[in-house]
Design a protein around this ligand. Structure first.
Ligand code: PMP
Length: 427
C-alpha cells in the first residue's frame, strides 16, 4: 500500500481537501498527490521513497535547486540568532538595497510575507495614491487571492473551472474590470471610455498562471502609454517572473518601467518573503509616512531575509541566466522533438528558467487559446511522466520551472521518459 495514499486519506480528515493550497490536490489530473519528504538539487522524494525530477520548484522559488549550500549556510547562521524580533534589522536594509539595485524601477520597497500580500497592498496603495477605485486585470492572470483580484483569475481557479471565487462580494467585484490578455483594441477602447476611473492596471508581463503566455511587447508598451496618459498606475506583478526570466525581471527584458512592482517566490529563496515597491513618491503614501495602511508581524522575517539575500547574491554570478536559459531551452527543444517524432501536436515556450508546454500547434497568446489547446492529452502525459519519476505541475494551466541544478543528465533522463510517454499517448 502506498504511504502517499494513506497520508492523503489521513490529511483529508483534518485539512479541507487534504491540502493547504488547492492545486496540490491533483484535482485536474486525478490520482493521489505525492507527499514530499525531502529534496536536494533538482530532485525530491515522496513518502514512498520514490525520487522525482522536480519541475515545479515550489512553484518558482527554488531557482538554485533544493538545499543550495550557500542558502542553507545563511539560514543556519540566521537561526542561531533568533527566529523573529518584530523590530527593524540590518539584513532588511541590505535586502531592500539589493532589490532596488537589481530592479531599477523600484526606488523604495516594502517586504511582506506572500505574493498575495504584495499585490493586495500594491492595489490599496494605488487606490490611495490616485483616489480612484477601478482596477483592470487580465483573464488568466493570477495575482494571489485578495478579493479584488480573484476575478477570472488563473492558476487553481482555472483548474477548478470557476471564473471567480464564491465569497467575493459584488460590491468589491464591481470595481475590477477584466480584459483579455494581449488584446490591444479592447484595452484602448476601455481606456477611452473609463480611463479617468482607473486606479491601476495589474498585469503579469509574462503570465505563468494560464500555462506560460508572454505579453507581447506592443501590448505592454500600450499599457504603459495608456496608464501614463490617463493617470493610472501600471503594476507589474513579477511575483513569478521576477528574477526568474532575467535578473531584472520581465521589465528588464521588455525595457518597460512600471510604477509599482510585486515580487515574491525567489526573493524568499523558499522561505515566506515577498515585496512590493516602485516610485518613491508613490511609496511615500504608505504608513507610517502616509495614509495607506499596511503592516505585518513577520514581514522581513530574519530567516526569510537570510534565505532571500543568499539567493539573490548567487543569481548575480557571471552567466547565471545564460546557463539557466540554456538548460530550459534544452528541455523544451527536447520535449518538442520527442513529441513530434511520436506524431503529437505539441509546442513549447520558455523565458529564462520558466517554460510552457502546450498540446497545440502554436504557442497561445491568451487564456482562450490555452483553453482551446488539447487539454485532454495533458492528464495522461502528466501521469506517465510522474510514473517515470518526472514531476511536472499537475495542471495544464501552470508554467514549469527549471533550476540551475537541472543539468544535462537530469534533462536527458526527462527526455527519455518523454519519448516513452509520447509513444504511449499515441497508442
Ligand atoms: N502573483 C503571481 C504572478 C503568482 O504567480 C502568485 C502565486 N503563484 C501570486 C501572485 C500569489 O503569491 P502567494 O501564493 O505567495 O500568495
Amino acid at each position: 500500500m502506498s504511504r502517499n495514499h494513506d497520508l492523503f486519506a489521513r490529511a483529508q480528515k483534518t485539512i479541507p481537501g487534504g491540502v493547504n493550497s488547492p492545486v496540490r490536490a491533483f484535482c485536474s489530473v486525478g490520482g493521489t498527490p505525492c507527499f514530499i519528504e525531502r529534496a536536494l538539487g533538482p530532485h525530491f522524494w515522496d513518502a514512498d521513497g520514490k525520487r522525482y525530477i522536480d519541475y515545479i520548484g515550489s512553484w518558482g522559488p527554488m531557482i538554485l535547486g533544493h538545499l543550495d549550500a550557500q542558502v542553507l549556510a545563511a539560514v543556519q547562521t540566521a537561526l542561531t540568532r533568533g527566529f523573529s524580533f518584530g523590530t527593524p534589522t540590518e539584513a532588511e536594509i541590505e535586502m531592500a538595497e539589493e532589490i532596488c539595485k537589481l530592479v531599477p524601477s523600484i526606488e523604495q520597497v516594502r517586504l511582506v510575507s506572500s505574493g498575495t500580500e504584495a499585490t493586495m497592498s500594491a492595489l490599496r496603495l494605488a487606490r490611495g495614491f490616485t483616489g480612484r477605485h477601478r482596477i483592470i486585470k487580465f483573464s488568466g492572470c493570477y495575482h494571489g487571492h485578495a478579493d479584488s483580484l480573484l476575478i477570472k483569475a488563473g492558476s487553481g481557479l482555472l483548474s477548478f473551472g470557476q471564473p471567480t471565487s464564491a465569497g467575493v462580494p459584488e460590491a468589491i467585484a464591481q470595481h475590477t474590470t477584466v480584459l483579455e490578455y494581449n488584446n490591444l483594441a479592447q484595452l484602448s477602447e476601455t481606456f477611452a471610455s473609463i480611463g479617468e476611473e482607473i486606479a491601476a492596471v495589474i498585469v503579469e508581463p509574462i503570465a505563468g498562471n494560464m500555462n506560460l503566455v508572454r505579453g507581447t511587447p506592443e501590448f505592454l508598451r500600450l499599457l504603459r502609454e495608456l496608464c501614463t496618459q490617463h493617470g493610472a498606475l501600471l503594476i507589474f506583478d513579477e511575483v513569478m517572473s521576477g528574477f526568474r526570466v532575467a535578473l531584472g525581471g520581465a521589465q528588464a527584458l521588455y525595457g518597460i518601467t512600471p510604477d509599482l512592482s510585486c515580487l515574491g517566490k525567489i526573493i524568499g529563496g523558499g522561505m515566506p518573503a515577498a515585496a512590493f515597491g516602485g516610485r518613491r513618491d508613490i511609496m511615500a503614501h504608505l504608513a507610517p509616512l502616509g495614509a495607506v495602511y499596511q503592516a505585518g508581524t513577520l514581514a522581513g522575517n530574519p530567516l526569510a531575509v537570510a534565505a532571500g539575500l543568499a539567493t539573490l547574491k548567487r543569481l548575480q554570478a557571471p552567466n547565471f541566466y545564460d546557463q539557466l536559459e540554456a538548460r530550459t531551452a534544452r528541455l523544451t527543444a527536447g520535449l518538442t522533438q520527442a513529441a513530434h517524432e511520436a506524431g503529437m501536436t505539441f509546442s513549447t515556450d520558455h523565458v529564462g528558467g520558466m517554460f510552457g508546454l502546450y498540446f497545440a500547434a502554436h504557442r497561445p497568446t491568451s487564456l482562450a487559446e490555452v483553453s482551446h489547446s488539447n487539454l485532454d492529452n495533458f492528464k495522461p502525459f502528466f501521469h506517465h511522466m510522474l510514473a517515470a519519476g518526472v514531476y511536472f505541475a499537475p495542471s495544464a494551466y501552470e508554467a514549469g520551472f527549471v533550476s540551475i541544478t537541472h543539468d544535462d543528465t537530469v534533462i536527458d533522463t526527462t527526455l527519455a521518459a518523454a519519448r516513452m510517454t509520447f509513444a504511449a499517448l499515441q497508442r
